[in-house]
Design a binder for this molecule. Structure first.
Ligand code: 5GP
Length: 194
């Protein structure tokens, strides 16, 4: 997705050889018109799949997911990282090792929002080692929902998550795939544009 790649090149910062900072438009300040385009791209890539719900993880997955949900006409559920006082019964839970915070978070969704009649699109901001996506898959599996695919805004293709998920048979669509972040330079995987 060219406008996303352009934005990453102009505003993204390679903090190290493995971590990309994009808090100008995705992880802190949010660019709504870019999110709108991202939502449209997810809609185009998954529109034949009969999706009934989008499942994401708070907080950075919410903005692109809401735009996709608006365009696809489906609700968006964000898995919560902390159990709130008002959210106690009927919870589906999983655990995710946070790549950026280097800690284990418990994540949960209320079972009432996702069930066996649902066809779920999982969306997240980044794909690195695949732990966040696996936790969301685990939540959807516990609900008995079908997983239509996984939509990722930025995949770091030099890490193992994308290939592991594709080898397991999941339909993963990443809007920008980074080949490497060496020497502070951001390079994308060369591939045919959609
Ligand atoms: P994974 O679980 O695939 O190892 O990592 C994905 C999660 O970690 C995403 O939900 C994202 O929030 C965070 N993450 C992983 N790598 C990066 C990165 O390079 N930059 C930022 N901003 N977040 C990342």
């Amino acid at each position: 997705m060219d406008i996303l790649k352009e934005k990453i090149l102009t505003e993204g910062i390679a903090l190290s050889e493995t971590v990309l900072k994009v808090d100008n438009f995705l992880n802190h300040q949010v660019d709504p018109s870019l999110m709108h385009e991202i939502g449209r791209e997810f809609q185009n890539r998954f529109e034949e799949k009969g999706i009934t719900k989008i499942l994401t993880l708070e907080s950075s997955g919410i903005a692109p997911s809401v735009m996709a949900g608006l365009l696809m006409g489906v609700p968006v559920i964000f898995a919560r990282k902390r159990q709130s006082l008002t959210l106690t019964d009927g919870l589906l839970t999983s655990e995710v090792y946070s790549y950026t915070k280097q800690e284990i978070n418990k994540v949960c969704v209320a079972h009432k929002f996702i069930g066996e009649d649902d066809t779920v699109l999982i969306i997240d901001d980044f794909l690195a080692n695949g732990k966040a996506a696996e936790a969301l898959i685990h939540l959807a599996d516990q609900a008995g929902a079908e997983i239509a695919g996984i939509g990722i805004v930025i995949e770091k293709a030099f890490q193992e998550g994308g290939s592991a998920l594709r080898e397991k048979g999941y339909h993963v669509e990443s809007l920008a795939r980074i080949a490497n972040l060496e020497a502070g330079k951001i390079e994308f995987v060369k591939e045919k544009e959609h």
